[in-house]
Structures are given as structure tokens and as C-alpha cells.
Design a protein around this ligand. Structure first.
Ligand SMILES: N[C@@H](CCC(=O)N[C@@H](CS)C(=O)NCC(=O)O)C(=O)O
Length: 208
């Protein structure tokens, strides 16, 4: 098996942190080539995104959380998708919010304003997807909305989905760190987010 990733990108980082938390070692290949992915990779994987896990029988599993779920099923301990029904529901809910509001919000700003993504408004290879600069304001708003929600949630919870570290923390951390590329940082009044960010950034997995 092999995990295809890109050192500078936030979505593969979600999987790398997950694997580090689990103590799972997987052969990896960085398929970044400057501001894009390598042309050979685009040919071998039609969805043209990273991360992608290729199994020994050739099966390709894309989407960061799908890859994490594969490993969760192979090695359930420590549980990173929750242990009880309640916890699993909350982890799923917060992970999705972190992805849709924060990570996608930041990507919306970057991909629609940065010249490096000209005609690549969405991560696809063969199709021209023009940038829509008006989406930048909406992306910033989505990111800010997530920080509001998260600060409130972390006022009474140690981690994003409750008492235990989970994939919801992983996606939130990757999204907030990714926001550096659009010069958005944790505002000073978001003290709970800052406390949590300091703590999860200090985990060894954060540097994976
Ligand atoms: N929904 C996918 C998103 C994957 C994605 O957008 N990956 C970006 C890197 S963070 C990518 O492959 N970009 C390729 C490109 O920009 O050409 C997931 O959750 O894994």
C-alpha cells in the first residue's frame, strides 16, 4: 500500500496526523511538483487530488476522512472517530463543520484570488475552472463563523468534539494552520481556540 500526499497541502496533513496519532506507518510518496501535482500522478488518479491511498490490489481510496476510516476499521485503538454513539455523532458533526466552514472557506479564498491557481479554481486537472474573486469574502466569512462556533464549544470542552482528541481536532487544526496562507490568524478574543490550538499543536503528531 502507498499513501500519496503533498507536504505543503492541508488535506494530506489530516491523514498524516491521524496516522501519527495511531502509530501506523505507511509508505508515502510526495507527488507535489511546485504549485501543482506531478503530471504522472494526475494521469494515474483521475480525481487528481491528494491524499489518496492505493491498496496492494490497486484500489484507490481518495478523500482524507475515507482514508482515515479505512485505518480506523483496521486498527480501532485509540478511537479517533469516537467510542459511544453520542461521541461518534459529535465527532462526525464537528469534523464536517471544520471541513466545510473552515478548511473549504480558506481554500475558497486562496484558490479564487492567488495567481498560482489561475484557471484552477477547484482542484481538477484537465478542466479549466476560472477563479471567481467574489468568493473570497464568502470564504473569509465561513472561516470566521467556524472560529465563533469553535470558541463557544471549547469554552466547556477540552477538545473539539468533547473530552477526547478526535479527527474533529485534526481537521480543525489543519484548517486553522492553513489559514496562514490567506493571512488569517486566531483573533485575540478567541481565547478558548488559542488555548486548544497551543495544546494540540504541542502533540508530536502535529509535525507529521
Ligand atoms: N475532499 C478532499 C479534498 C482534497 C484536496 O482538495 N486536495 C488538494 C490538496 S489540499 C489537492 O489535491 N489539490 C491539487 C491541486 O491543487 O491541483 C479530501 O477531503 O481529501
Amino acid at each position: 500500500m502507498k499513501l500519496y500526499h503533498w507536504g505543503r497541502a492541508p488535506n494530506p496533513r489530516r491523514v498524516r496526523i491521524y496516522l501519527a496519532e495511531k502509530g501506523i506507518k505507511v509508505p508515502m510518496e510526495d507527488v507535489g511538483d511546485g504549485p501543482t501535482l506531478a503530471a504522472d500522478y494526475y494521469k494515474s488518479y483521475p480525481m487528481s487530488t491528494v491524499p489518496m491511498l492505493e491498496l496492494d490490489d490497486g484500489t484507490q481510496i481518495g478523500e482524507a476522512m475515507a482514508i482515515c476510516r479505512y485505518f480506523e476499521s483496521e486498527q480501532p485503538e485509540p478511537p479517533l472517530f469516537g467510542s459511544s454513539s453520542r461521541e461518534r455523532g459529535l465527532v462526525e458533526m464537528w469534523e464536517r463543520r471544520a471541513y466545510e466552514l473552515a478548511l473549504t472557506g480558506v481554500a475558497e479564498v486562496l484558490r479564487n484570488t492567488n495567481p498560482a491557481f489561475k484557471d484552477r479554481g477547484l482542484p481538477v486537472y484537465d478542466d479549466v475552472v476560472p477563479q471567481v474573486p467574489d468568493l473570497a469574502a464568502r470564504g473569509k466569512w465561513r472561516f470566521a463563523k467556524f472560529l465563533d462556533l469553535l470558541d463557544e464549544q471549547l469554552s466547556s470542552n477540552e477538545f473539539v468534539a468533547g473530552a477526547n482528541f478526535s479527527v474533529a481536532d485534526i481537521t480543525s487544526l489543519c484548517a486553522i494552520d492553513f489559514a496562514k496562507v490567506i493571512k488569517e490568524r486566531i483573533p485575540q478574543d478567541k481565547k478558548n481556540v488559542q488555548r486548544w490550538h497551543d495544546s494540540v499543536s504541542a502533540r508530536p503528531s502535529a509535525s507529521a
